[in-house]
Design a binder for this molecule. Sequence first.
Ligand code: DAH
Length: 349
Amino acid sequence: MFLSERHFKLSQRTMRKRILELEKEALQELATVFHLSGLEKFRIAYFAKKGALTSLLKQIAALPAEERPEAGKLANLLKTHLTNRFEETKERLLSRQEEKASFFDVTLPGRKPLRGHLHPLTQVQQEICGIFGRMGFKVVDGPEVELDYYNFEALNMPKDHPARDMQDTFYVSDNVILRTHTSPMEVRVMESQSPPVRIIAPGKVYRRDSDVSHTPMFHQVEGLLVDKGITFGDLKGTLTSFVHQMFGRDTALRFRPSFFPFTEPSAEVDIRCVICRGKGCRTCSNTGWLEILGSGMNDPEIYKFVDYDPEVYSGFAFGMGIERVAMLKYGIDDIQLFFKNDMRFLRQF
Ligand code: DAH
């Protein structure tokens, strides 16, 4: 306690007692103040006009003249002491508030909420479907676990055809496989509707293969158009328009004679190498060209399986790998990147 007995030479015992009591009471109350709002209540209770300390000082003024100086001196000591303790407490509370404020810096820029987006392969697939969609092709979907009949037989690949090699195909049973391409959708669609037909069929396909340009599962888009009077010119026009929309108007392309069991004649489409622009590099094996799809006029043989009359109807088909298109479009050299789900890769699209 700040005030001690030695200060009390007063005859006025009650005044001495009151000063002592007030000091004890005030210090006790101050010890329970933990907020600035509580401190303000304390200030009002003791220092304000009607506060306890103020009225004590007023009472001293009413004391007999000979007792006034002594009592006044003590009361003023009490006032100074309480004021000092009050200021100390105020400073402590204010600095604690500042600490709290610096803990949460309201001037920092906000944190952007993470937003997902479509996988690059989905984006490219949608772009391909969009281009053909605007040319009137309807998107259709079909099974990934497929019958040998649709995947091979009805596409002019009989039982002894080398494309059925166990090296490439995942067999579920003798007659059931994981489709190795989206071409079985050609048969399924023709089987279920009569011409005119104008469809594209995107989806997953499976082959036993894995390296920088092959994964056991990948994606293809199949296209089929059948009508009266369809010629190789329609095939060229459609695919040229696709290449220009997908890779840019200035992308050169060529139709290179090829062979597929279900098309006759067949052609593969190459585009000018997107890396070296035709000069020759590692990506295009120094040819200046990159193969992007297989295509051809429907072989009349396959119409036999779906009851189309080849004397009345003709058509063309094409198939392309979505990963391959995406790799060429974005200059990606490792197909495995699409399936590793490394956010550093995916975020770039
Ligand atoms: N299905 C073939 C493959 O996976 C690609 C293909 C070639 C599809 C020619 C076609 C086509 O529709 O006409 O290699």
